[in-house]
Design a binder for this molecule. Sequence first.
Ligand code: ARG
Length: 576
Amino acid sequence: MTDLHSHLSTRLLAATTELGIESTAAEPLLRLDPPKNRDHGDVALGAFQLAKLAGKAPPALAAELAAKITPDDVVEAAVAAGPFVNFKFRRSALARAVLTAIARNEAPYGKATGNGDVVCIDFSSPNIAKPFHIGHMRSTVLGNALCRIHRHLGATVHGINHLGDWGMPFAKMMTAYMRWGNETELHRSPMRYMFDLYKRYGQEVKQNPALDDEAAKHFQALESGADNVERRMWRLLRDESLKAFQGPYTRLGVTFDHVTGESFFEDKMEAAMQRVTASGVLEDSDGAQVVWLKELGIKEPCLLRKSDGTTLYHTRDLAAAFYRETTFHPTRILYVVGAEQKLHFDQLKGVLTKMKEPIAKAVEHVPFGLVLSKTEDGKWEKFASRSGNAVFLDEILDEAVNKVRSIIREKNPDLPNADEVAEQIGTSAIVFNDLKNSRIKDVKFDWESMLNFDGETGPYVQFACARLSSILRKVEVPVPSVDAIDWSLLADAERVLLTMMDFGTAVQRAAEQSEPSHVTGHVIALAGEIHSYLRDHYVVGAEPKVRDARLVLVDAARRLLVTGLGLLGIPAPERM
Ligand code: ARG
């Protein structure tokens, strides 16, 4: 909340109290959001729920509230429009509040202090021994942004990599390696080699279905806990995969607080199964153990133990939920996993609900759409399906960086640290493209639109930052203190200032809805507004008082873009 918001909220609280609404009930309902149409006002309040409390019709209450909020130093006007009240702030107050808070790095522009939320974010979580595919990249990029957004809002965040390093998929890989693999080849190019083995397994199992029994046996041997061949193999393949994943993680600026893969829950599943048994929801089904969830509208039962005694993906997720509950006491557990696993998470939440476990409420699947690439005849199809070829994330990042390097060579051949900048822009272009639209939408992977410096892209916003940095360098005077500014000189910057004012709402919504696209939308809007402001208003060469006010504006825009990009996991180069 900016000072503007808190000033208005305080006045509204007084007004609602006068209208007979109890303040503790009114307070959470005083949400000041940007109106649909900026011409109507700077912020709007919907009176629906307040009206219910007051026992009035929403338009009637909106009119009464508007009448009570008479103009003052901060508020210029309050006008009722149907069930809404639209407010307009005085332009000097708007400029002062927003630019002072940004200069001082106060919330919502700077990081807030403890908001009481504890958020576990389960993200990336690739299956080891298989290439880090493009779907995992979306989870990685979305989860990384969500970690940063929640931290900014003052939550305690636990970023967790729930590696797929156990279970049948892993056992298949191991079977292939034991039959056809060798260590020299493995070390040469681990991911590619493991992927080829995995593919070969897929082909050979069609002719020889007994391979699956072999894999099941290996898994049983692994789960026995003995220090056997399987265990050694598991360690080798896991270590090699982890080493290989570290490359893309570093390049994408991703870190985890906990790397606790499925194997971590090996010794925690028995206790979890006992808890399910004790709750009375576990049933026998042909020797296997399941939980039926029909009463929750889920047709398929959740399978927790196979008839051969081995556990499953679900068993480990259940043990993980209990572990997270006792270790972190989370208010939310976000599972950033593709939409194709909807049933899995419905079932997980379903089992916990049926067991009457309070943690059930914290479980939230954060699904997302596919990455699509264009085929030769111009159709869009699932990226990974490209002729059964592996899509290695590192190679995609390299391709992006190479493309940017040649653009730089052409546009700015004298740029001193061209390689570093190309890396920053190239990787960010892909990240931004992933976060640009609502996450559930499929992402079109198209180099031209991702790397367009004039489109709604990462490079475009990074370029806006670099341009602001360049103005601050050229003007050759330091950015003045906010205490020395005549705010009325920024009346012409109203659109930039209003966009800046919306930052807090964008971040809040991103966190509530697990939707970083609100932040992406905000940085695009701010970059656009400051670009058009600077088309018509010069800083260098303006009369000193005006120049000073504009310098504060330019500096704030740069800071806020850097913060916004930072929340998305994107760096902002000084020059490009
Ligand atoms: N390893 C899984 C996969 O690649 C994703 C794991 C997601 N997290 C979880 N707690 N199930 O499909």
